[in-house]
Design a protein around this ligand. Structure first.
Ligand SMILES: *Cc1c(COP(=O)(O)O)cnc(C)c1O
Length: 360
């Protein structure tokens, strides 16, 4: 059986060249006589892999020298706790609630201090990004927190909130490396890699150096202190070594594609094909405010549950996989991450068009 077009929200599609290279190197990585999976993380060979991965990421994102890049474990969800444990000196933080992931992060922070939900779009099922130009930022807030691209609902912050001088922390799991970003606008940018960069199990956090200290909440486990990982170049304990190796290959792929400007152009082209179709369709409707549409995750509905289910089933038969919407929203969702080729989106739209004609 051949490869399908995989529209899964995560774990998600990876570039074929990366998978092929990994397959070629599976038994013998560059003459080492072993797989990267079997290799000591203290070996010179592995050190080259992780150092090169970090440097390539720094090049791609133009990461300033006063930011550390940490490769850690536990997924994005562990960061929901690590952020307050490491940053809540005043035990106050402001959260903007634009979806389930932001809400989970907020709920986690509530366990460590006073987390304030200063804005929310829950009133309209998270279908828009609230106006964040003049929010009631707490005077003693240790940070302001956002989820920049809302994987489940398909919205994206097109403009960062006005934090009134407070540190901004952003979960970019589902838009990581999809377009350029200015790292110095943030205190912390982090993301689980399984949406756009690599295999689940790795989380990358880019942290301004002055935020990495020993002054953490009492009882913070060693493994959950940023400083532990920063002081040891992400090699305090055994890192998710194989996953980081794949991330490194994806960084090389992004560079070979022309970097983040090119990636953005490629993503905008793909998203336009799908949104243009949705805007003229009489059967399928996008669910998100137009100004806040994500380039990565595109939810849509027919308005009829049975028709939605039929669509998902028929699409699967046509090699268009994982189009079912998140269980909290229903309908459909097409995740069209970096590695989704334009041909995949074109095939999806062609299929939707045929389906609409047949099921009028
Ligand atoms: C998938 C996702 C998460 C959760 O990631 P895990 O690695 O499963 O913990 C958190 N935030 C966002 C924005 C996501 O898309």
């Amino acid at each position: 059986m051949g490869r399908v077009y995989n529209f899964s929200a995560g774990p998600a599609v990876l570039p074929e060249v990366v998978l092929k290279e990994a397959a070629d190197e599976m038994m013998d990585y560059k003459g080492s006589g072993m797989s990267v999976m079997e290799m000591s993380h203290r070996s010179k060979t592995y050190d080259d892999i992780i150092k090169t991965a970090e440097q390539d990421l720094r090049d791609i994102l133009n990461i300033p020298d006063n930011y550390k890049v940490l490769f850690m474990q536990g997924g994005a969800s562990t960061q929901f706790a690590m952020v307050p444990m490491n940053l809540m000196k005043n035990k106050v933080a402001d959260y903007i609630i634009t979806g389930q992931w932001a809400k989970k992060a907020y709920q986690e922070a509530c366990m460590y201090g006073k987390a304030n939900a200063i804005a929310s779009s829950e009133d309209k099922t998270f279908s828009y990004i609230p106006d964040c130009s003049d929010l009631p930022i707490s005077e003693d807030a240790d940070y302001v927190y956002i989820c920049e691209n809302n994987t489940i609902y398909g919205t994206k912050f097109k403009q960062l909130p006005n934090t009134k001088g407070k540190i901004l922390v952003s979960d970019v799991s589902s838009c990581f490396l999809s377009e350029p970003m200015n790292i110095s606008d943030y205190g912390i940018v982090y993301g689980g890699v399984q949406k756009n960069i690599g295999p689940a199990g790795v989380v990358i956090s880019i942290i301004r150096e002055d935020l990495i200290t020993d002054d953490v909440l009492p009882g913070t486990p060693t493994m959950l202190k940023f400083k532990t990982h920063a002081d040891n170049d992400s090699l305090y304990n055994t890192p998710p070594a194989y996953g980081i190796y794949i991330c490194g290959k994806v960084f090389k792929w992004i560079k070979s594609m022309g970097g983040l400007e090119a990636m953005k152009k490629h993503n905008e082209e793909k998203a336009k094909i799908l949104y243009d179709f949705l805007d003229q369709s009489e059967m399928f409707k996008g669910t998100v405010a137009e100004a806040d549409r994500s380039l990565m995750n595109v939810p849509f509905v027919t308005g009829d549950k049975d028709l939605d289910a039929l669509f998902v089933a028929e699409a699967k038969k046509a090699g268009l996989e994982s189009l079912k919407g998140h269980r909290s929203v229903g309908g459909m969702r097409a995740s069209i991450y970096n590695a989704m080729p334009k041909a995949g989106v074109e095939k999806l739209v062609e299929f939707m068009s045929d389906f609409e004609k047949k099921n009028k």
